[in-house]
Design a protein around this ligand. Structure first.
Ligand code: A2P
Length: 274
């Protein structure tokens, strides 16, 4: 199933996350994900795997228009010209003519003007049809407000770290009010959700795994999950979430869970390298 962005572009409602997978492992991983049925692949220049993803896509023989690809401009390439260059590098690495969704990876907190200049570049990429949709990642409400006040085209997506215990109600409400679709990175809390006793109990009730529960919970909250896995069985498991519905009471419980690990977010995970 697809969701529809504000500009009418369709986006598959479950994506495949690719951070921290590189080289030959990445090619195999993406090949398997495509064979399993994923048609929405999320990458970024800083993941250093765009070449491998491009290769796997090309070798899959799947038509370009059937795959939705996201990439992102990293913190050290912000500003108008740098963003244009970064985009062209991504395009070249992926061996594509266009990218489906291009995002600003992280907001700058101090130099807010840089967020605006970078956004102008994304608007121009969109106008020249080099990207089918544009958006941001890790932008909280106050970052989004500045973009909205200064933009011609509003972001269509905000990709946030999102999982039980980290639900960012203020930003997500703001996105809903402004027709911005939210994507969830680390929907399994980088795997940390899987040991949670409450989630284990609820998942059992539906005869599903905790991973499936978390993914389904995102979908029922109208958020696009981007789970990651290097394992073929788990790839299929993470898409097998359409034969059950989490009831209202359990949704409410999970929505309000307070977990001690409030965020695994670490903007310096990739260092400052290009
Ligand atoms: P693995 O690659 O061994 O499957 P997130 O998507 O929140 O970043 O979480 C990714 C982590 O969760 C990875 O460590 C991945 O490990 C693990 N994972 C992904 N899907 C599943 C699943 N269905 N069951 C158990 N672990 C999973």
């Amino acid at each position: 199933m697809d969701l529809i962005l504000r500009n009418g572009v369709k986006i598959p409602e479950i994506g495949f996350g690719t951070s921290l997978i590189e080289g030959e492992e990445c090619i195999n991983n993406i090949r398997q994900a495509l064979e399993t049925g994923y048609r929405h692949i999320d990458t970024a220049s800083v993941y250093r795997n765009e070449k491998e993803i491009g290769k796997a896509i090309k070798e899959s023989g799947i038509k370009r228009e059937e795959i939705f690809i996201t990439s992102k401009v990293w913190k050290d390439s912000m500003g108008y010209e740098n963003t244009m260059n970064s985009f062209n590098n991504s395009l070249q690495n992926l061996q594509l003519d266009y990218i489906d969704l291009f995002l600003i990876h992280w907001p700058k907190n101090i130099d807010k003007q840089l967020n605006i200049e970078t956004w102008k570049a994304l608007e121009d990429l969109y106008k020249t049809k080099k990207v089918r949709a544009i958006g941001v990642s890790n932008f909280l409400k106050h970052h989004l407000e500045i973009i909205l006040e200064n933009c011609e085209i509003a972001p269509m997506i905000d990709q946030l770290e999102y999982h039980p215990g980290l639900t960012r109600p203020e930003t997500i409400q703001f996105c809903k009010e402004n027709d911005i679709i939210v994507e969830a990175w680390a929907p399994l809390g980088k795997g940390s959700m899987l040991q949670n006793e409450d989630l284990i109990r609820i998942a059992k009730k539906y005869n599903k795994s905790v991973a499936q529960l978390c993914i389904r919970w995102c979908l029922q909250n109208e958020i696009i999950p981007l789970p990651k896995t290097t394992n073929l069985t788990r790839m299929a498991e993470n898409r097998d979430v359409f034969d059950f519905t989490i009831d209202k009471q359990d949704m409410l419980f999970i929505n309000n869970m307070e977990l001690f690990a409030s965020s695994t977010m670490n903007p310096n995970e990739f260092g400052d390298k290009k």
